[in-house]
Design a protein around this ligand. Sequence first.
Ligand code: ZN
Length: 147
Amino acid sequence: MFRDLTCRFPGCSHPAEKCDYDHTVPWPQGRTQASDLKAYCRHHHLLKTFWGGPRGWNDVQHPDGTIEFTSPSGRRYTTTPLGASFFPRLATPTGDHQPRGAPPPDSPAKTWAMPRRRRSRAADKAARIAHERAINRARTDADPPPF
Ligand SMILES: [Zn+2]
């Protein structure tokens, strides 16, 4: 978090403290250490996870935290960790950056896709409010206020 300070996607300034941490080399082949992790806001984490591969966004992370992105159109972008520009020691490699073994083969049954909502955000909010009101009603019915 202190190394990155913001989401590492090109042009994004979402604060790192509110970001997800993404393994550049997917776990378990990738290690959970700073040299293989980077901050992505939820939007860019989903973008990287579900729109990667040969026709999507790809990234390569160097041990010092520098990330090189390739867009679906082939453009290349490089981001450097903002915190390391203030404190260069934060860009020190944290360990072996090589993947542990070969990734497991993709199963033909692999059906990863962008998660879909079962109901709209408005319906979620209405259900949450109705649930809270039911709890409050049960509480006040059981122990009415003294006035
Ligand atoms: Zn972002």
